[in-house]
Design a protein. Sequence first.
Length: 283
Amino acid sequence: MDGGFRAGDRQMQLDLFVALPGDMAVRDQQDLMAHPFFSLAKSKRTAPIDYAAGDTRIRVEGTAEHGLATIWDADVLIWAASQLVEARDAGLRTARLLSATPHQILTFTGRGTSLRDYQRLRAALDRLQATTVVTNLRQPDLRRRHRFSWINEWKERTDAAGRPLGLELILPDWFYQGVLADAFVLTIGREYFGLTGGIERWLYRLARKHAGRQAEGWAFDFRHLHAKSGSLARFANFAIDLRAIARRQRLPGYRLAVERRPDGSERLRFAPQTYPQTRGINR
């Protein structure tokens, strides 16, 4: 992967968007926050995610070689969404074909810049490219399905010693259009990148999407959360994780409380405490 997309490639029909330098607000795409599109486990997952709720249908499939893209891999998409919204709000032209340095992505998402960090970024890009999604979300006809990969293609430029100089990646139209539609983007706290647990990361994004700035917050049934997460964990183990996360109180901007109902079932309430500094699209 030592060259860019060449003139003979069909992708050259796409304009090139060069990543903006400097700090910017962190943006997330609401569909990705509300639905189970990613594995929450650090170990390789090859079992697909099948999710159905109301009229919504989602199926996520990985390969035996790479497995499903993880919620940590999704940081690349958060970086891309942040870049696109920043550029659009500045009146700049955007495109699905992005050019950036690995250093830009790693530092924005709170990662190190060692050789191992670069290797992990390459592995994340491979999983994002190898993972396919089929969904009827945002389709004009709910019987219609849209199939895509999180990254259509990606290429890397390296020096003579094999060190990465830059990369180019092509975003799917489904994601790109969702980012540029005002109603589908929220600003999240940069502290999100410091969350190390997959369920914690998923809960934060879910809370930001549903609880937002509502003073009373939002509550979810444990079993509803289990189904909504797409997790392969047994419900009993998943419930143990939820209680432990509520005890630790590490979700930035939210206080968690486990509420027990008269029938013995439990639900998790998210109550906003403080809110991240925001710019651009927010709620």
